[in-house]
Design a protein around this ligand. Structure first.
Ligand SMILES: Cc1ncc(COP(=O)(O)O)c(C=O)c1O
Length: 374
C-alpha cells in the first residue's frame, strides 16, 4: 500500500509520527473545502438548510462504522473536550475518590490536579501493563466515583485491558472514563457497559480533519450529559441535538464523517491491517538493530505503532535533531527511560521506515560520540 499521493504532505520530509496529530487525506479535505465554500457563499442558507442534516449524516456514519448506538455518540472538538465534558457531568465533590494511572496523557494529569485542588481525592496507580487492572481495582473503595484510564497509552503504544476492568467494575457505581484518543480507526472500541464513557479522537486514525473528537456515553446517562459550552440547544431532549451547536464556530470538521469512513473502508479493503503488520514488524526489527535500543516491558501494543526504549539521551534534543534532518518521530522521557514511538499510516512506505531509522541511528551515534568526547 502506498497512499502518499492521497495526502498533501510536503515532499522531502519523512512522517513517522501519525499518532500525534494524524494527517487528513485529500478526498476528506476536498469534501471539507467544498462545504466550507458553500457555507461562506451563503451562511444563513447553510445554517438553516444544511448544517444540521449534514452533521447528523456525518455523526451517524461515524456511529455506524464504530458500532456506537445512535443516540449515544456525538462530535466534540477533541478528546480533551470529551474528557472535560465527562468530568463536568460527574460533578465530583470534595472527599470523593478517583483512581487514575501514572501513564495518562498530560492534559489528563492536569485535569486530575485541578480536581485535587477542589478536594477530590485522586489516587494514581502504577500504569505499567502487568497487573494494572488488579492495581486499579485494589485502589477502588466505597468513595470511588470514577476510574480514569487510557485505552492506548501514548508513548508506549500499550493497550490496556479496559474490558476486563469495566467488567469487574460493573454494578459498583464507579464510572470509567476512557481516554480513547488512539482507538477509533485503529482498534475496536471497548465494550460499552453501564458507566463507561469513551473519549475519542477521529483525526488520528479515522481520517477526519482536526477538531473532530467524539464522545460516547453510557445509555443511562445519555439524557443528562451536556456540552461544556452552553448554547441554544443545550437543554434539548436528545443528546445529538444538545451537542449539535456550540455557538458560531468552525463546524466543518464535524461534517465529513461520511467521506472519512468511506476512505477508511477503501484502505481497509486495500490491506491496511497487513500494511500495519508488515511495516511495524520492519520498524521494530530495524529499531532494535540500533546499538543501545531495546524492547519495552511486555504489553499488548496497538497495531499501527511501535515503541522502543532508547539509550540514555535527551529526548527533546534528539527530536530537534531529527526534525532538523527532516524526520518526524515521537520521543519522550517515561518511566521506562527515553521512549521512541514510530507510527505507520496509509501513506507510510518501507522506504520511509528505513530512512527514518537510518537517520535515528546516525543521531544516536552522534549523541554517543558527544558523550564519549566529554
Ligand atoms: C493518549 C492521548 N490522550 C489524549 C490526547 C489528546 O487528544 P486531543 O489533542 O485530540 O484532545 C492525545 C493526543 O495526542 C493522546 O495521545
Amino acid at each position: 500500500m502506498d497512499r502518499r499521493d492521497d495526502y498533501p504532505l510536503v515532499p522531502g520530509k519523512t512522517f513517522l509520527n501519525h499518532g500525534s496529530f494524524g494527517a487528513t487525506p485529500l478526498p476528506v479535505l476536498r469534501a471539507a473545502r467544498a462545504l466550507r465554500i458553500e457555507a461562506e457563499q451563503d451562511y444563513p442558507a447553510f445554517y438553516y438548510d444544511r448544517v444540521f442534516p449534514v452533521l447528523e449524516g456525518s455523526r451517524r456514519a461515524v456511529c455506524d462504522h464504530l458500532g456506537i448506538p445512535m443516540g449515544r455518540g456525538v462530535f466534540v472538538r477533541n478528546s480533551t473536550t470529551a474528557m472535560q465534558t465527562v468530568v463536568d457531568h460527574l460533578a465530583l465533590r470534595e472527599g470523593e475518590h478517583v483512581v487514575t494511572t501514572s501513564r495518562e496523557y498530560e492534559a489528563t494529569v492536569v485535569l486530575m490536579r485541578l480536581l485535587e485542588q477542589r478536594g477530590v481525592v485522586v489516587d494514581t496507580v502504577d500504569g505499567r501493563h502487568e497487573g494494572l487492572v488488579e492495581r486499579i481495582l485494589d485502589a477502588c473503595g466505597p468513595r470511588t466515583r470514577a476510574v480514569v484510564v487510557s485505552h492506548v497509552t501514548s508513548p508506549w503504544s500499550q493497550v490496556n485491558d479496559v474490558d476486563a476492568l469495566t467488567a469487574a467494575l460493573e454494578g459498583r457505581g464507579v464510572a470509567t472514563v476512557v481516554d480513547a484518543a488512539h482507538t477509533a480507526g485503529q482498534i475496536p472500541l471497548p465494550v460499552m457497559r453501564p458507566g463507561v464513557y469513551l473519549c475519542l479522537t477521529l483525526h488520528k486514525w479515522l481520517h477526519l480533519p482536526k477538531g473532530s473528537g467524539f464522545l460516547v456515553v453510557p445509555d443511562e446517562e445519555a439524557d443528562d450529559v451536556r456540552p461544556v459550552v452552553t448554547s441554544w440547544y443545550a437543554e434539548a431532549e436528545t443528546m445529538p441535538r444538545r451537542f449539535s451547536w456550540a455557538g458560531t464556530d468552525d463546524v466543518i470538521a464535524h461534517l465529513v464523517g461520511v467521506e472519512a469512513v468511506a476512505y477508511q473502508h477503501e484502505v481497509l479493503a486495500q490491506g491496511l491491517l497487513t500494511h500495519w503488520r508488515v511495516l511495524t514488524a520492519r520498524a521494530e526489527e530495524g529499531l532494535l538493530a540500533i546499538p543501545g535500543v531495546s524492547t519495552l516491558a511486555r504489553a499488548p501494543r496497538s497495531p499501527a505503532m511501535v515503541s522502543v526504549q532508547l539509550p540514555d539521551v535527551d529526548p527533546e534534543a534528539m527530536l530537534r535533531e531529527l526534525h532538523g534532518r527532516g524526520v518526524d518521530l515521537w520521543c519522550g522521557l517515561t518511566d521506562e527511560g527515553p521512549v521512541l514511538r514510530l507510527s505507520v499510516a496509509p501513506y507510510t512506505t518501507a522506504a520511509d521506515v528505513d530512512h527514518g531509522i537510518g537517520v535515528l541511528e546516525q543521531v544516536l551515534a552522534g549523541a554517543r560520540r558527544a558523550v564519549a568526547a566529554r
